[in-house]
Design a protein around this ligand. Sequence first.
Ligand code: SF4
Length: 393
Amino acid sequence: MTTTTETYGVDPDPTPLALLLLGRQADPNSERGVECPGDLPAASDPGLVERARAAKAALGDRVFILGHHYQRDEVIEFADVTGDSFKLARDAAARPEAEYIVFCGVHFMAESADILTSEAQQVVLPDLAAGCSMADMATAEQVAECWDVLTEAGIADVTVPVSYMNSSADIKAFTGKHGGTICTSSNAKRALEWAFEQGEKVLFLPDQHLGRNTAVLEMGFSLDDCVLYNPHKPNGGLTAEQLRNARMILWRGHCSVHGRFSVDSVNEVRERIPGVTVLVHPECKHEVVNAADMVGSTEYIIKALDAAEPGSKWAIGTELNLVRRLAKAHPDKEIVFLDRTVCFCSTMNRIDLPHLVWALESLVEGRVPNVITVDPETEKYAKAALDRMLALP
Ligand code: SF4
C-alpha cells in the first residue's frame, strides 16, 4: 500500500542535476547533453532583442522556433508556435521546409522532435544543460534492471509499460520494445485503458503522480492497487508478492516543480482568497490533487481559464511562467500562483535570450550548434511507442 508521506514526497536521493546546473560538467547518465557554449552574448546587452529579430529574419523559413508553455516571456516572444512538448514536436514535423528546428524547451522534448521530424531537419537546443529532473529519474540501466525484477517475479509478460512523454528517448525506446505506449497528461487515461486491454499490469514511468492520479481518480483503482518501485533500492524496495498483487507499478519519479505544491498551499490560498477555484496539474501529489477543485493538463488549464467567467478567482498549480502569462492574458479574472514561493522550472529557464541569440546567430553564420540526435535504433523503438499513442482510440 502506498499511503505514507515518504511515498508521495520528494525523492531524497540526489540526482546530478545540481552539478549540471552550476557548470559545464558532463553526466553520461543524464538525459541532457553536456557542455554549455562559452561565447554567449552578455545578458545585459541592450541589443539582444534586435539581434534575435535580425537573425530570425535572416534565416526566414529555414528556421522554425518552438516555445514550450513554461518558457520565459523573452523567449516566447520569438517563438513561431507555443504548446506542450508533444504538440510542438508535431508542429515541427508539419514544417518540413524548416531545416532548423530551434526547440526552446528541455532535452527530452528536443529528442522527441528529432524522432518525429525528417532526416533533413536538424533540432537545436539552445542550451544543452536544459534537461528535466523528472526524465533524469529513470535511466535506461535502471529500467532494464526493473524489467529483470519483474521477470523474476514472473510478471513481465503480463506487464505493459506506459511512459509519460517527459522521459528520455531511451525510455521511450524501452517502452516501444516491450509493446507499450507513450502518454501525455491529456491522454493518460486513454493510454492506461489501452494498456489494461493488452495486459494485466502497467509499469508507469517516470512520474508516479500522473500514474497514481490517473489510475485512482479517473479509473477507479484503489491506492492498494498501486506500488511504488524505487530504483535506488534492491528489487525496487518491493517483494515479489507485492509486485504480483499490484496492478499499477509506479516508478518513483516526480516533477520538482509540481512536486512542491502542498495541501498547505491549497488551504492557505482558500483562506487568502475566499471563493477561489484551485486548479492543479496531474503531476502534483495525490493529496494536493484531492484537495484541489479541478485537475488537468496544461492545455486543459489554458482552456479552463479562457472559458472562465469574468470576475472569477483562480489559484493555479503549475509552472510560474505560464501562470503569469495567463494572469496577464485575463486581466478580468483574478489568477494567482498556488504557492507563495516563486517556483520556475529552473532547467526550462536555462533557455534565455542570450542562448537563443547565440543559437540563431550561429545558424546565420553557417554553424549548427547543439544538435540533438537520437540514434536510429533508439528512434525506431521510440517511434513505435509514439505511434501507438497516436493510434489510441
Ligand atoms: S516542469 Fe517538471 S516535468 Fe516539466 S521540464 Fe521542468 S522538471 Fe521536467
